[in-house]
Design a protein around this ligand. Sequence first.
Ligand SMILES: N[C@@H](CCC(=O)N[C@@H](CS)C(=O)NCC(=O)O)C(=O)O
Length: 217
Amino acid sequence: MIKFYALGISGYCTKVRIVLRMKQVPFEELRPDGGHYSSTAYQERVPPGTIPSIQLDAFTLFDSEAIVEFLEDRWPEPAMRSSDPEEKARQRALSQFHNTRLEPVIRKLFPLVKQKPGRKVNAEVRALKTDFLDQIEKLGKVVSPAPFIGGRTPCLADCGFPTTIRMGQDIFQHFGVEIDLPVWANAWLGSLESDEIVGDEVKKNRAAVKKWLIAFS
Ligand SMILES: N[C@@H](CCC(=O)N[C@@H](CS)C(=O)NCC(=O)O)C(=O)O
């Protein structure tokens, strides 16, 4: 059975949990040793000190993208990646768009939540809103969800976005900033959240984020 090291507030862990559940892979979810990824005990096993990570017998793997690709290769049903070389590569590029372009914008909000509110923080939040909407606009030029990126069923590339986008909206709202998404993005998120597993995972992640935000309210 897979040991899945994760925390509820992590969007990357949520992405992996969605794939584990969709593929019905037996897994046991554990907190990182010592309760946090920064602990010496966890970093002895997972030197980069990041979550998520998985352990399967003697095999340890970190990095959410590597993990979901491994799950796809090891448990190919239901297929969550195209078998067509071009489409498979496109889906990988879209996953990387999430990991390297969209999510980093939201990550920049985290330290602002912990800072004293004020004009400087508000200006940074407004600048990040512009960056976030800019990335969404660019995403809209490279996806045509029908209703998912993967077509009729979600693919690996669909799984990171819903948590990150909702997390972004919730954190911006914490600063009193509303994010209006384009019609196509609302339709795509609606389809994703109508999926029982995605909907459940996004809901749980939002509850964890809300609890975190309340601590700084
Ligand atoms: N590229 C990594 C990023 C994962 C990541 O940054 N996770 C955060 C928690 S959401 C973390 O472990 N942060 C600790 C650190 O970066 O040192 C992945 O996809 O797994």
